[in-house]
Design a protein around this ligand. Structure first.
Ligand SMILES: [Ca+2]
Ligand SMILES: [Ca+2]
Ligand SMILES: [Ca+2]
Ligand SMILES: [Ca+2]
Length: 332
């Protein structure tokens, strides 16, 4: 019995030893697994994390790209819609125009109307500009030269008067617009003469004013003249260029054309693109459309000794007494 019991105990011990060994080997195996596998797993884990990170980064980029793409796509779509709208509107407008043309009560006379409008506009465009009246005549020259041509080729001339030498007293209004030639004992009249009758257009308008005569007076004017008894002593009169009708020796006779068949205050139409002079006739200065007018004068001190000044017919207003004082209407 002891033996059996002993045998059982032995077996039991051997089993316990085997069990212990198994446990030991089991532990060793686990240690081995940890030792060998952990680094690999950790490595894998790192790599996975890296892959995940990369993936996340790529995803962000992808999302960003996708957002940008969506935005651009939205813009493209909106633009396309606008293009389409404009195209539709254009088509619809063309249709409206077509309908208007077709349904216009004046559809048939459309061409006629267009032509009429064009003719009206053209006639306004080609309306004759105002020109100096036809005929031959002259005007005093201003310090800006002759009047604007307005259909006329002005010819110029000068008459120098040797006025009284003793106590010389020529005088003139301040701001006189003569083209020079003003001294106390001499003076120059300067002329702008129209010598080709057919130049210009129309005739002189009714009113109250005078001009220089050249060959004859234009229709509507009466003729007249003024005679200057210039200096008797060593007379230095001279002349040049185109002159009004008259006599130009040691004394001066100039012929005029005057009219008084209209109100001075009713403006008359004359080319008003540049300054010019007319002579005052009787009541004052004639008004001219589009021009300011200013009355000026020049007073000659004519020969003192046995003065032979004279006036005749229709001549510019003269209030110089024993001398001559003429009144110039300056338009600007
Ligand atoms: Ca003199
Ligand atoms: Ca004289
Ligand atoms: Ca005198
Ligand atoms: Ca004298």
């Amino acid at each position: 019995m002891t033996t059996i019991h002993q045998q059982v105990l032995d077996m039991d011990n051997r089993l316990l030893a085997i069990e212990r060994k198994y446990k030991e080997s089991q532990e060793r195996l686990e240690d081995d697994i940890v030792e060998t596998m952990d680094p690999a797993i950790l490595d894998l884990d790192d790599r996975l994390q890296a892959v995940l990170n990369t993936t996340n980064e790529n995803s962000e980029a992808a999302i960003s790209n996708k957002n940008e793409s969506s935005r651009l796509l939205g813009m493209v779509n909106a633009f396309s819609l606008r293009v389409e709208t404009v195209e539709n509107r254009s088509v619809s407008l063309a249709q409206e125009q077509e309908d208007l043309r077709a349904n216009s009560p004046c559809g048939a006379c459309r061409a006629e109307l267009t032509e009429e409008i064009i003719n009206t506009v053209m006639s306004q465009l080609v309306e004759e500009p105002l020109e100096w009246p036809t005929g031959t005549y002259g005007l005093p020259r201003t310090n800006t030269g002759c009047p604007e041509p307005a259909g006329v080729n002005w010819r110029t001339g000068v008459r120098r008067h040797d006025t009284e030498d003793t106590a010389s007293s020529n005088s003139w209004s301040s701001g006189l617009h003569f083209d020079g030639g003003m001294w106390r004992n001499d003076m120059e009249q300067k002329f702008c003469m129209k010598t080709i009758s057919s130049d210009g257009s129309g005739s002189w308008p009714s009113g109250s004013y005078c001009i220089f005569r050249k060959y004859w007076c234009p229709s509507g004017f009466q003729p007249g003249e003024i005679y200057w008894d210039d200096e008797d002593s060593s007379n230095g009169n001279s002349h040049s260029g185109e002159l009004p009708d008259g006599t130009y020796d040691t004394n001066t006779l100039i012929k005029y054309c005057c009219r008084s068949d209209g109100d001075v205050n009713t403006p008359i139409s004359l080319p008003n693109g540049s300054p010019f002079y007319l002579f005052r006739y009787r009541q004052g200065c004639q008004r001219v459309e589009g021009m300011n007018v200013q009355q000026e004068f020049f007073s000659w001190d004519d020969e003192d000794s046995g003065n032979a000044n004279r006036l005749h017919g229709a001549h510019p207003y003269d209030d110089g007494g024993s001398n001559h004082r003429l009144h110039y209407c300056y338009y600007s």
